[in-house]
Design a protein around this ligand. Structure first.
Ligand code: NAD
Length: 366
């Protein structure tokens, strides 16, 4: 089977779907890998490294002309979908619940699409899970971005010129990104407090040495497959009251909260931002899903009464080398489960195929 990888065209996307070591792995298995010239440059991988790994490095049109399966990172744009043709398969981030128009366009082209963000959260699929590999890096980077924007340092410093007290960091959401943000902020010496509404996160937060902000009624939160599916407004109101003091005292706030498939929960209103300290920073990681802070905008920094609000939609792309390495490993593991050297599986009795195959030729399945 011919596998194709193109240069990502979305503004700010620096990752590449396959790194040279992953190419070598696929070539050794019997696949032919075709890479657009320069596709890995932004992530730190040059064409020579791909050639050495056995890939053919060629022009975009040649890759599109011969590939049976295209591997990519960002959700394809209309122009990128128009480049594909009937019978081709696509493996990519898709976010099918938010991007019905993308599914319709892919089905209209007759492309069979596998959404990597829809991989089921089962033990067998853990090493294919792009949400985990990329959100983990994004959680780390959110702390670095926030620290860079702060006028303070994180750790306690006792110097001859005086004592500097540790920064106070408040994190909303203790999923994959939030847990890595907690660990990173702790390593830098901050005091970390955390709010989540999945009851099991309390123990995970405390095991990292952070303080969990307890709210009554968490046993009523409906969790399905590890995701928050539903939460009543009373619990959210209690959460708002419980974090009020921590929010007003925080130097850095990182928001990572998401609920299954839907818009990000609105956790910090403009009025709450007004209660924050001058010089405080909010890094909102949920802007792609609408944002956790009322004032945040995707990939934009907003100043509001002395508070800096940084909207980040693609933090993993700010660490493109490691992000691409892990993403490529996720993809090769995914292919090992759903492809042979001749073709992609379309067997919907397979749990992973069934969950990820969001278009099958001209049919939309999601
Ligand atoms: P996510 O991205 O869906 O959400 C991030 C966090 O936001 C979650 O912890 C969620 O509880 C939290 N949240 C939702 N509403 C909130 C609110 N109002 N206030 C504060 N926080 C709120 O979550 P995720 O990072 O994808 O992880 C979800 C679960 O899936 C975790 O239990 C994780 O361990 C599990 N997981 C399993 C696998 C696997 O088995 N293959 C892989 C990755 C993650």
């Amino acid at each position: 089977m011919n596998i194709g990888v193109l240069t990502e065209t979305l503004a700010g996307e620096r990752r590449v779907a396959l790194v040279p070591s992953a190419c070598l792995h696929l070539v050794n298995k019997g696949y032919a890998v075709h890479i657009q010239q320069g596709a890995g440059l932004e992530a730190g991988f040059d064409d020579t490294a791909y050639r050495d790994a056995g890939a053919s490095v060629t022009q975009r049109s040649d890759v599109l002309g011969c590939a049976q399966v295209m591997l990519r990172v960002a959700v394809p744009s209309s122009a990128e979908i128009a480049e594909l043709c009937a019978g081709q398969s696509l493996v990519s981030y898709i976010y099918p619940k938010r991007n019905r128009n993308v599914l319709d366009a892919l089905a209209a082209r007759g492309v069979t699409t596998y959404a990597l963000d829809a991989i089921p959260r089962i033990t067998r699929a853990q090493s294919m899970d792009v949400l985990s590999s990329q959100n983990n890096l994004a959680g780390y980077k959110a702390v670095i971005v926030g620290a860079n924007a702060l006028g303070r340092v994180f750790p306690l410093m006792m110097t001859a010129a005086g004592t500097v007290t540790p920064a106070k960091v408040l994190i909303y959401g203790a999923g994959v990104a939030g847990l890595q943000a907690i660990a990173t902020a702790k390593r830098l010496g901050a005091r970390v407090e955390v709010s989540d509404i999945r009851p099991e996160t309390k123990e995970q937060v405390e095991s990292l040495g952070a303080k969990f902000i307890m709210v009554d009624g968490l046993d009523r939160v409906n969790v399905q497959g590890g995701y928050v599916a539903d939460v009543d407004t009373e619990v959210l109101a209690r959460q708002t009251a419980a974090v009020e003091k921590s929010l007003a005292e925080a130097d850095l706030v990182i928001t990572t909260a998401l609920v299954a498939g839907g818009s990000a929960p609105r956790l910090i209103t403009a009025a709450q931002v007004d209660t924050m300290k001058r010089g405080a920073v909010i890094v909102d990681m949920a802007t792609e899903a609408g944002g956790n802070c009322e004032l945040s905008l995707p990939d934009t920094t907003v100043e509001h009464n002395g508070v800096t609000i940084i909207g980040c939609s693609n933090l993993a792309s700010l660490v493109p080398t490691h992000a691409s390495e892990l993403y490529a490993k996720n993809i090769t593991t995914f292919l090992a489960a759903v492809a042979t050297v001749d073709h992609m599986s379309t067997d919907i009795n397979d749990e992973i195929v069934s969950a990820t195959m969001v278009t099958f030729g001209s049919e939309v399945r999601a």
